[in-house]
Design a protein around this ligand. Structure first.
Ligand code: FAD
Length: 451
């Protein structure tokens, strides 16, 4: 008898199911969401484009190892409940990540080599739109050990969730009055819509994590006292909450705003006065959120001033595309020299740049072009240069270092610091911070079990 004929391989469809967005001229009128999620049918069609690779490239590229191939298969079969349950089982910030993840999985998707990669983040979103991830997390029987976590951002939350499920008693000390770190504090609601994080938090509540809000370790609580008051291990997850300044004349002139402070104020519902002609200095995602927010606050013209070219820009492609669609002018190869004006900003003196050899960051270094100075007519300048950690109150003997990306870290394998029982980590994206939190939690578990 002859062998049965091999099943024909499904033909690869290189064209992504289009995701719709609210029209730019409509969306810039407020802080409502930009993305219109897939319909159920669109999500199934997109999920069916997945070729279910033998090797899970998407999962391997995900810092927290989320099994995208697995939940996409369920969605291709129309089982959204099972897909949503699978997603939340591995991920306490799943709802947030459907909206803000930089989807490293998509960069690794082999379909992208023939056309557009599977729209994994939009599919994950659809799993929540049409499926019900009812399952709350169950803690294992109590272990009788206590872990303190400093900082309730994505790193701290991931560590609390992982250790909470393993049966540890967890207390999270958070300096601000909110849970979620920079993610919930500063990402504008046109991307991370109000109420999204609350859905994630609700699922976590059964783990009994004790969040102590408004407690800054180093100010309201002494770091050393944590061990004295019975904690067996500490995870330092303090993030990068301090905006970085820039050393040019005029930075203290009224009308100069720090991007991070401005975005936090907007999210807290405070009134932020915006000028008519605005320049935002920077090229990362915080800069993109700043120009887009300035526009939504009524600025007439917003210009992004960036000293390198598009190629070196650290902002994500999605955010750059959405920003440009909203009519923001990008002024590349332009560095600020001085903020003009006495009682208020009256202009931004700039100089054109050209690119030289790569510097220590690996990106080509901007070099000033002599005689190319000019003045940009602006009445508001927003500085979106970057953030750094505030290590005050964290004992130096922990040996916690700030890495090249500006993130605190302990041992690269375990996040352990030089002080026994103290671990440290964070990340430049939500999912990277979560990965650090997971790594710390697993190392703490090993340590406390005496392994
Ligand atoms: C405007 C903006 C937009 C962004 N957009 C995206 C995006 O679209 N996608 C993405 O993946 N990432 C984005 N990020 C980055 C992302 O928010 C961060 O990478 C992530 O929040 C880092 O998590 P973390 O837990 O390490 O630290 P953080 O989120 O910074 O949290 C640290 C927490 O520790 C608290 N804390 C600090 N010191 C103390 C102390 N001594 N005692 C007690 N508590 C303390 C802080 O109040 C804070 O809540 C964005 C960031 C910004 C600013």
């Amino acid at each position: 008898m002859s062998a049965p004929a091999a099943k024909p391989k499904p033909r690869l469809n290189p064209v992504r199911t289009k995701i719709r967005e609210v029209e730019p001229k409509e969306r810039i009128r407020g802080f409502g969401e930009v993305i219109i999620p897939y319909s159920r049918e669109e999500a199934i069609a997109e999920a069916q484009r997945c070729i279910q690779c033998g090797k899970p490239w998407c999962q391997e590229a995900c810092p927290i190892g989320q099994d995208a191939r697995g939940y996409i298969k369920l969605m291709a079969q129309g089982d959204f409940d099972a897909a949503a349950a699978k997603i939340v089982w591995e991920n306490p910030l799943a709802a947030c990540l459907t909206k803000v993840c930089y989807h490293f999985c998509e960069d690794a998707c082999p379909v992208g080599k023939k056309g557009e990669p599977i729209a994994i983040r939009h599919l994950k979103r659809a799993a929540f739109e049409y499926g019900k991830p009812a399952q709350p997390y169950e803690p294992a029987p109590k272990i009788g050990k206590k872990v303190a976590i400093i900082g309730a951002g994505p790193a701290g939350i991931m560590a609390a969730w992982t250790l909470g499920k393993l049966g540890y008693d967890i207390t999270v000390f958070e300096a601000s009055r909110a849970i979620g770190g920079l993610m919930t504090m500063s990402i504008p609601s046109y991307r991370l819509t109000k109420g999204t994080f609350e859905k994630d938090l609700e699922r976590m509540m059964k783990l009994g994590v004790d969040f102590r809000l408004g407690v800054r370790v180093g100010r309201d609580k002494n770091f050393e006292d944590l061990f004295k008051s019975g904690y067996d291990a500490v995870f330092v997850a303090i993030g990068t909450t301090e905006p970085q300044g820039i050393k040019i004349p005029g930075v203290n002139t009224p009308g100069v705003l720090m991007a991070l402070d401005m975005l936090i104020d907007i999210n807290m519902g405070k009134t932020v006065y915006m000028g008519k002609n605005v320049a935002v200095i920077g090229g990362g995602d915080v800069a993109m959120d700043s120009v887009r927010s300035a526009l939504r606050l009524g600025a007439g013209k917003v210009t992004l001033v960036y000293r390198r070219s598009r190629e070196e820009m650290p902002a994500s492609d999605d955010e750059i595309a959405e920003t440009q669609a909203e009519g923001i002018e990008f002024m590349y190869l332009t560095a600020p020299l001085e903020i003009l004006g006495k009682d208020h900003v009256a202009g931004l003196k700039c100089q054109k740049m050209q690119l030289g050899e790569p510097d220590e960051s690996g990106r080509r270094k901007p070099i000033p072009i002599p005689g190319s100075e000019f003045v940009l007519d602006v009445d508001t300048v927003i500085l979106a240069i970057g953030q750094q950690p505030n290590l005050s109150g964290i004992p130096p003997e922990t040996g916690i270092v700030v890495n090249k990306k500006g993130v605190i870290e302990g041992d690269p394998q375990t996040t352990a610091t030089k002080k026994q029982g103290v671990y440290a980590g964070g990340g430049t994206s939500v999912v990277h911070a979560m990965a650090a939190g997971k790594k710390a939690a697993l190392a703490i578990d090993q340590f406390l079990r005496g392994k």
